[in-house]
Design a protein. Structure first.
Length: 644
């Protein structure tokens, strides 16, 4: 078994190139500076020209001989470049000799500093606790994978054979194509790390079900072996230029085709499932799903939710992206050893900090979304509990006109699919009216500046593991439309209380007690600012109403100018003041403030700023009290403020 594992380990070493209350937001310019600096460092490595004196010619004969029959290490020819000190292999490939065989191949691979002693020993189950260099540098051309569609199709055939009677006749699940090629790859500092693997015992699953099928445990063991293999490999620098791939997959009722191109990929300091930085430049990808059959004859909608005969084409691109500080290797080590991490392992995981620039997304050749920068930060955890999460978009534009046009096409497809072969005049007239109305609305969007929505969006969730203060912040700021912000602050149990509750005998009761002891409401705010959105929306409604004077709603909208609509909404809001004041007198002033905002614009803010945090014990005590409205306002610190 160890021999087979380390065949895969050797293969993985070569394949890694291809596998590879205030919102706290980092400065927008910092990520691009980091990307450029890291990219320059990668390029310095890629452009380095080695001239190693007194280098010896590498020999893979012993390593190839040590491989079990299931693996095959081959090359068409070998030569030695005395000037650079590199051993040059033509047609170098490493494959797994299943039926069919699959693996990775280089048209040409130049290797420096190859040392096969440790790897050969590993293949025989020896020197498992040692670390050591396999090679100092590899430069390859046209790295590609072979045999993957055939292997996966063989797996699919076995899967379908087991449920053949439950599937509709003619069900297909097969890859016609699955390819990936990188024009040039550079790896430096590829080494082995200590080997860790303790297969999960059947007894460990008995708490789930005493009759776990053997194949389930086999799949778990395969997963553990993959984890162990990946964790045993370290790579200082992993670079690929000109990577392109294609997929064509037949699935029940649909066909998926996808393509992608990546100008540059660089990964720095990989240690198993950890890496320091991952940089991508010039990415573009496309995917087309063609839905050909519904679940049952006569059904309009397929299993995907789209109508039969509809094709969904998606495109995505960005000029550069970076991921930094991903740390999952420690967690994977527990899984490889069949262990679960205790809550003493606070520094357990990090999903890193992600950022992409010049993002573009299309649906059916319609540009739907663009953004100067998108980001996602998830690098702060206590055990599995996030202490800080944030994501957002900066300089984004949602092309609402194009998005509406996409849904129009989708709507038309649904109508055509659901329409009976013969339709009476009344039904046809109603459908035509709906189509006309939708088209008229789309045509009016640009005239009122509603065809594009420029915006910035931010989300942040933070939790202090020491003392428990927790803050949620949301911000959506659309230039020319409006701004919305929501903030809430509460206090939750700190990490020590969470750990004590988790480790107690009655976990549920302990968590409830910890929550009750720690919880406090510290404040909240909801803010809305009118920056022209109401004027655009009411102007659109007014002009749309003019096109339908025969309709009651159309006549009403056509006879109300945008400013009159605002006044009308304010009047309607004030109609509830008297009734609301009878139940809760302070509400009258709040309704007036909101009505004034609807009429005149400006900013409206609903806030709660309690003089003292409101604890769970305080809330429970109020169950036996009946505070008057003024007391409630004072306790919660409630205010509603309209600013023009």
């Amino acid at each position: 078994m160890k021999n087979r594992i380390w065949v895969s380990g050797a293969m993985a070493a070569l394949m890694m190139v291809g596998c590879s209350q205030q919102v706290d937001v980092p400065d927008a310019e910092t990520p691009s500076v980091v990307v450029d600096a890291t990219y320059d460092a990668f390029m310095a490595v890629a452009n380095e020209r080695l001239t190693v004196s007194d280098a010896a010619e590498a020999d893979l004969t012993d390593l190839a001989a040590a491989l079990p029959e299931i693996a095959a290490l081959r090359w068409d020819s070998k030569s030695f470049d005395a000037t650079s000190g590199a051993t040059v292999f033509e047609g170098l490939s490493l494959g797994i000799s299943t039926d069919p065989e699959f693996g990775v191949r280089f048209d040409e691979a130049k290797v420096w500093g190859l040392d096969t002693d440790l790897l050969t020993a590993r293949l025989t189950g020896e020197r498992l606790e040692e670390s050591g260099l396999i090679f100092s540098r590899l430069e390859g051309t046209n790295m590609s994978y072979y045999g993957l569609p055939q292997v996966l199709n063989a797996v699919f055939e076995q899967m379908l054979a087991g449920v053949e009677e439950e599937l509709p006749e003619g069900t297909e699940l097969a890859f016609n194509e699955l390819s990936s090629v990188s024009e040039r790859v550079v790896l430096t500092g590829v080494s082995l790390r200590p080997w860790e693997l303790t297969p999960l015992s059947p007894e460990a699953l008995s708490w789930i079900d005493e009759d776990i099928p053997p194949e389930v445990l086999n799949y778990i063991h395969l997963g553990q072996q993959f984890i162990a293999i990946s964790r045993s490999i370290a790579v200082e620098t992993n670079i690929a230029f000109g990577t392109a791939g294609a997929i064509e997959l037949l699935q029940p009722g649909a066909e998926l085709t996808a393509e992608y191109e990546i100008g540059f990929i660089g990964v720095q300091n990989t240690r198993g499932f950890d890496f320091e930085s991952y940089v991508v430049r010039d990415y573009s990808g496309s995917q087309v799903n063609a839905y050909s059959a519904a679940a049952m004859p006569g059904d309009v909608v397929t299993l995907s939710g789209f109508p039969a005969g509809f094709s969904l084409a998606q495109k995505e691109s960005y000029s550069s992206a970076t991921i930094s500080d991903v740390r999952l290797d420690k967690l994977m080590g527990f899984f490889a050893r069949s262990e679960l991490p205790s809550l003493d392992e606070q520094d357990l995981i990090s999903f890193g900090r992600w950022s992409a620039s010049d993002y573009r997304a299309e649906l059916n050749d319609r540009e739907i979304l663009t953004a100067e920068r998108t980001y996602f930060n998830a690098d702060q955890f206590e055990w599995f509990i996030p202490s800080d999460l944030s994501f957002g978009m900066e300089g984004a534009t949602l092309n609402t006109g194009e998005l509406t046009g996409f849904f129009q096409v989708l709507f038309e497809t649904f109508l055509d699919a659901a329409a009976p072969e013969e339709m009476n005049e009344q039904d046809q007239a109603e459908i035509d009216l709906v189509r006309e109305g939708l088209q008229n609305a789309i045509d009016l969007l640009p005239e009122h500046g509603l065809d594009t929505l420029p915006f910035d969006a931010k989300f942040n969730l933070s939790w202090d593991p020491e003392t428990g203060p927790t803050d949620l912040n949301l911000l959506f700021d659309a230039d020319g439309y409006g701004k919305s912000a929501f903030d809430i602050g509460i206090t939750l149990p700190g990490y020590a209380a969470v750990q004590a509750a988790y480790e107690s005998e009655d976990r549920e009761a302990a968590f409830e007690e910890a929550f009750m002891n720690a919880f406090a409401f510290r404040g909240a705010r909801l803010l809305e600012e009118d920056k022209g959105g109401y004027a655009k929306l009411f102007g659109f409604a007014h002009d749309l109403g003019k096109q339908y004077p025969q309709e009651v709603w159309g006549s009403m909208l056509a006879n109300l100018e945008p400013e009159q609509m605002r006044a009308y909404l304010g009047t309607m809001m004030r109609m509830g003041k008297t009734a609301a004041a009878e139940e809760f007198p302070p509400a009258a002033d709040w309704i007036e403030a909101y009505a004034s905002y609807l009429e005149a614009g400006g900013t409206i803010e609903f806030a709660s700023n309690p003089p003292e945090p409101i604890t769970a014990a305080f809330i429970e005590a109020q169950n036996n009290e009946d505070p008057d409205p003024d007391m409630i306002v004072e306790i919660l610190g409630l205010t509603v403020t309209h600013t023009k």
